[in-house]
Design a protein around this ligand. Structure first.
Ligand SMILES: Cc1cc2nc3c(=O)[nH]c(=O)nc-3n(C[C@H](O)[C@H](O)[C@H](O)COP(=O)(O)OP(=O)(O)OC[C@H]3O[C@@H](n4cnc5c(N)ncnc54)[C@H](O)[C@@H]3O)c2cc1C
Length: 532
């Protein structure tokens, strides 16, 4: 069963290793858990639905709580404390395109707003119910989860857009195929959600971004149905898939999606290399990208992230031995860890390994083999569970991300980290901040920054939220001022909305508004998200 106020399956826990508590005490100070609200109490406080009855619409209070918020830190604060003020008036679980159309027509008649809902893993407020007089219908696509068509010769598969990551991969693996899209939220996020938020998988370096995988599909909008035929390529004017990518539920509901798949790779390995510092690691990674080394993943951790990863890994004795050995090889206290993913044929894995290790060696990189790489692979979808454990120990965790050119990466990392680290100094609170580069390109990289701070001693949710707001605003403004995109992979939702005009310009914003109006003349689709 899925946790209603945290991450993942409620039977899965990620206990903090013994070495973690002294580390957190040193970095942030002692904290204590705050009191959680109960689902039944919150459900009892849900107001009566404003929607007329419909056989496809559930107005059950628990259903409405479970669809009220996503997975951002403000969502966690609201759900954990029970301070949720807006709920959908109803939740529908359509199983066919016909039912989706019926629901859109019903919503128009009822003058309701519609929020498409995939896995609810948004971290920027995409699925949240905003205050307003109109009733709100959340359309959860979980029943549209089947493999509908497979052209094995052309390697194109069509799925119901509500399919979850593990179900999608299982249906493909039965045919010896894979999509290879593995966001960290893989376990709970959906194909449709990935497409409309422009999500990025951990191995995007090898498999490509979702934009490259999305070949076509079916969009049900209030103005009608838009079919996007899947061609290998086309020069027939502007590509309408680009309108759907990143549309965040504003255009309509993506009910089916065709994706380009491939054979399950013959070989795969993950290994770790340690550099004397983050800067030399950045140089090596840039050179690997610009030399087009055949890799499926690069994840380079800053000095603090490397230290934090080793502290949270447990295995104290092994880590001590590793550090001692690295010191002898010239890699000391400022070490920066790179996880390298190699995926493909035996020959391409071997070639990639050799080229990557040669380039790493030129920058003082020391290969430590596959042990830490295998650890990373094993816990790649488990790490988000740590957020539950940290919260329960009294620490709030959030992440921020951007992308910029290589020439600006060191400055961007510095600006983001310094802004967050000093963000709560006025109240005497420390913030633990660390970064990594995990989606790299020949011209630049994303910067992914994690920050942790203490939940106030009395557990006051308003103060926890205020702290988040101070940090998030300062860091977002710093990203935009430093010339980075407001988001590399999480999308806009509500939390990044005010920064979008900086990136698109006045004419660009107007073009988006005008085209959305053509698909959704009365503005019922997910209003308040992406654009005003
Ligand atoms: C722990 C954690 C780790 C994460 N890791 C990553 C990561 O590695 N990479 C990454 O890119 N993101 C990551 N995310 C963010 C999130 O998982 C992605 O944005 C994901 O694509 C959202 O998919 P979803 O199915 O959960 O969509 P939802 O959260 O349900 O919805 C997101 C938006 O898409 C719309 N939508 C959903 N389905 C449809 C549809 N079929 N038709 C029309 N609109 C639709 C919704 O209305 C909403 O606006 C992470 C989130 C968490 C909590």
């Amino acid at each position: 069963m899925r946790r209603w106020n945290g991450w993942g399956d409620e039977h899965v826990n990620y206990a903090l290793p013994v070495s973690a508590m002294p580390f957190l005490l040193k970095e942030l100070g002692l904290s204590k858990p705050s009191k959680d609200a109960h689902l039944a109490e919150l459900a009892a406080a849900v107001p009566p639905s404003r929607l007329p009855d419909h056989p496809l619409v559930s107005t059950d209070q628990v259903d409405r709580v479970l669809h009220a918020r996503g997975q951002s830190l403000p969502d966690w604060i609201a759900l954990r404390s029970g301070y949720v003020s807006n709920f959908p008036d109803g939740v529908a679980y359509p199983a066919t395109n016909v039912q989706v159309r019926e629901l859109l027509e019903y919503a128009q008649r009822a003058e309701a707003r519609v929020i498409p809902y995939g896995g609810g893993t948004s971290v920027v407020g995409h699925v949240n119910v905003l205050p307003g007089v109109a009733p709100v219908l959340t359309v959860d696509l979980r029943r549209m989860n089947r493999l509908l068509d497979l052209d094995g010769v052309s390697q194109v598969a069509t799925f119901g857009a509500g399919v979850l990551g593990p179900d999608l991969e299982a249906q493909l693996r039965a045919h010896g195929l894979t999509l290879g899209h593995y966001p960290q939220s893989f376990e709970l996020s959906t194909l449709g959600g990935w497409i409309v938020t422009r999500s990025n998988g951990q191995q995007s370096l090898g498999y490509g971004r979702i934009e490259a995988m999305f070949a076509g599909g079916r969009l049900e909008s209030p103005a009608g149905t838009m079919l996007l035929p899947a061609f290998p390529a086309s020069a027939a004017g502007p590509d309408l898939r680009e309108m759907v990518l990143g549309s965040e539920g504003r255009l309509g509901i993506l009910t089916e999606a065709s994706v380009r798949v491939r054979a399950v790779p013959e070989a795969e390995e993950f290994r770790a290399v340690f550099f004397p510092d983050f800067r030399s690691g950045q140089e090596a990674v840039r050179e690997m990208m610009q030399a087009r080394v055949p890799l499926s993943m690069l994840r380079l951790s800053s000095e603090v992230e490397t230290e934090t990863t080793l502290a949270l890994a447990g295995h104290e004795r092994l880590v001590r031995l590793l550090k001692g050995w690295l010191r002898l090889r010239g890699v000391g206290g400022n070490r920066s860890m790179l996880i390298i993913g190699l995926t493909g044929s035996e020959a391409s894995v071997s070639l990639g390994r050799q080229q990557a290790l040669d380039l790493a060696g030129n920058h003082g990189g020391v290969d430590v083999g596959r042990l830490l790489g295998n650890e990373w692979r094993k816990s790649r979808f488990r790490t988000p569970y740590l957020r539950n454990t940290l919260w329960e120990a009294g620490y709030a965790l959030d992440t921020l991300e951007t992308a910029t050119h290589w020439s600006d990466i060191p400055r961007m990392v510095g600006v983001m980290e310094e802004t967050l680290r000093t963000g709560l100094h006025d109240i005497g609170e420390r913030v633990l901040v660390f970064s990594h580069l995990s989606h790299t390109y020949p011209s630049g990289s994303n910067v992914y920054t994690t920050y942790l701070y203490r939940i106030p001693a009395d557990g006051d949710p308003e103060e926890t939220l205020r702290r988040w707001h101070v940090l998030k605003t300062a860091a977002s403004e710093a990203i935009v001022a430093a010339g980075g995109t407001i988001t590399h992979q999480h999308g806009i939702g509500t939390d990044h909305r005010s920064y979008l005009p900086d990136e698109k310009g006045a004419l660009g914003m107007e073009a988006l508004r005008t085209s959305y109006k053509r698909f959704d003349p009365s503005g019922i689709m997910n209003p308040g998200k992406l654009i005003e």
